[in-house]
Design a protein. Structure first.
Ligand SMILES: Cc1cc2nc3c(=O)[nH]c(=O)nc-3n(C[C@H](O)[C@H](O)[C@H](O)COP(=O)(O)OP(=O)(O)OC[C@H]3O[C@@H](n4cnc5c(N)ncnc54)[C@H](O)[C@@H]3O)c2cc1C
Length: 467
């Protein structure tokens, strides 16, 4: 007679952002019990656009097929407007589309009266490399609608510490700001850029909590959604309808269209290299400072940007937040886990957003972690003891690629902001284009199916050695 299946370990997910809720869907489909602790009183996301590359879109297939369906219905397919384009975005290794991803413009060039604004070069989303954007808040609502949040999420629970058991036995303790405690067999930190779990992990890895804090990248960004009519007024329908990146000295501006239900917007993000290189933090969780349209205009005017760029900034809201861009470039983790604590998503690899891929890599993380859990369950080995093996296998497969994004993203911004001397020589535009293409290919071309197969193989080998 075969023995009954072992009870699966209970996980605590810290944070209820995009990573956590998406992971929750996958864990639920595998029957893994888990509870989510979120500091805010409800689900919160920005009213801003979120670019999803083909790697992100394909990862959704391995996480939850319902997400693919909703993504197809709600995403704005930039440069891939046909239904065929959507399929191409999702199909692995199928060559085809040759639509535009981003048009790169010289932000300091002023076209003559009646002259068209022309890009310096165009990065194509060819060979299966489409691109789409979702509205952040709307996407979080989609996830919140699929996860049983009443059952799963403890809102208003800020985690202040996580305590590993002294030996290999015992439960992990989660200490909360309201003075209460919770326990779990394992903890997955999905608590974003300012992750508390990363700090706990850094200490467990012998490097001290301070090193687990993210650092200021020396750049900030103004972000807002411009109502479509105003955007068209500023730059015309054709320019507003494609993704555009205006390059220039120490600044760049990115725009792409995004839909929220029946409303259309232009997502605008204006990036600035901060001369002071110091972000005046107002508190431990503060990444934003209040700012105005005049501040943004001043920053771009002073750097010599053209009227077209200034025109776009003039149609933004009077009040705009200014975001300090933080990442872990200077303080990478030497491991994504210790014992039965691990980090995933921005908690593991918070990055600046210059490859438009932070969330996409979070989706890849989840596809891989889900495959590892699935294999351990299939082998009837997902015990409390085996959690560390799952976490170690995740670290083995994801850390190098995730940290690449962090480093490469910083460099991408310096490239767009004409800060890398080797790209400032005459005729270096072709070289710049090739450089961007090669790096985007590394983001988009990721074979999620192969990574999932590799994860299962790796897990099965680990568990075979595990008597
Ligand atoms: C300006 C900008 C533009 C971007 N654009 C793109 C893009 O186009 N494409 C892309 O793929 N990515 C983009 N990104 C990156 C993307 O936003 C992130 O990678 C993604 O949101 C990370 O999700 P997450 O769930 O891991 O973290 P978060 O979204 O930060 O969620 C963390 C959650 O944890 C909670 N939390 C934090 N601390 C605690 C605690 N101690 N206790 C309990 N709860 C806690 C928070 O309240 C939050 O709900 C961009 C980022 C920025 C800054």
């Amino acid at each position: 007679m075969s023995s009954p299946p072992l009870p699966l370990p209970h996980l605590a997910l810290i944070g209820a952002g995009i990573t956590s809720l998406t992971l929750s869907l996958r864990l639920t489909s595998l029957g893994i019990p888990h509870t989510i602790y979120e500091q805010s009183p409800s689900l919160t996301e920005l009213g801003a656009g979120l670019g999803f590359g083909p790697n992100a879109a394909r990862a959704l297939e391995y996480i939850d097929p319902r997400l693919v369906e909703i993504f197809n219905q709600t995403a704005t397919f930039v440069g891939t407007p046909s239904p065929q384009g959507k399929e191409l975005l999702l199909q692995e290794g199928k060559a085809g589309d040759d639509k535009i991803w981003i048009e790169f413009l010289d932000g300091t060039k002023q076209p003559e009266e009646g002259e068209e604004l022309k890009p310096e070069f165009v990065i194509r989303a060819g060979n299966n490399k489409g691109h789409a954007a979702v509205h952040r808040g709307a996407w979080l609502d989609v996830l919140g609608g699929l996860v049983d949040t009443r059952e799963r999420v403890r809102f208003g629970k800020r985690v202040v510490d996580v305590v590993l058991p002294a030996g290999s036995k015992g439960r992990v303790k989660i200490l909360l700001a309201d003075g209460t405690e919770a326990e779990a067999d394992g903890v997955v930190g999905c608590d974003g850029v300012k992750s508390k779990v990363r700090q706990v992990l850094m200490e467990a890895l012998g490097e001290g909590r301070e090193k687990g804090k993210c650092g200021y990248s020396g750049k900030y960004a103004y972000r807002c959604l411009v109502p479509w009519g105003k955007a068209v007024e500023a730059v015309g329908e054709d320019r507003a309808g494609v993704s555009s990146l205006w390059m220039g000295p120490n600044r760049h501006l990115l725009t792409f269209p995004v839909d929220k239900q029946d409303e259309k917007f232009l997502n605008l993000v204006a990036f600035v290299t901060d001369e002071s290189q110091v972000w005046p933090e107002r508190g431990p969780a503060s990444l934003t400072l209040p700012a105005t349209k005049a501040d943004a205009l001043g920053d771009f005017e002073q750097a010599g940007f053209s009227d077209s760029v200034l025109q776009l900034l003039k149609v933004t809201n009077e009040k705009m937040d200014k975001w300090g861009l933080y990442d872990v470039a200077d303080r990478p983790l030497s491991k994504f886990y210790s014992g039965r604590i691990m980090v995933i998503g921005d908690a593991a690899h918070a990055s600046t957003p210059h490859h438009g891929s932070g969330a996409g890599f979070c989706m890849e993380d989840i596809a891989v972690l889900g495959a590892l859990f699935e294999e351990a369950i299939a082998r009837q080995r997902l015990t409390v003891d085996a959690l560390e093996d799952v976490f170690a296998a995740f670290d083995n497969q994801r850390r190098e690629r995730d940290q690449w994004l962090v480093n490469s993203s910083r460099r991408a911004a310096d490239l767009y902001q004409w800060r890398i001397p080797e790209f400032l020589k005459p005729n270096s535009l072709e070289k710049m284009k090739a450089d961007i293409e090669q790096r985007q290919e590394f983001c988009w071309g990721f074979n999620v199916g192969a990574a999932v197969r590799e994860a299962k193989k790796h897990m099965s080998e680990r568990l075979a050695a595990y008597k």
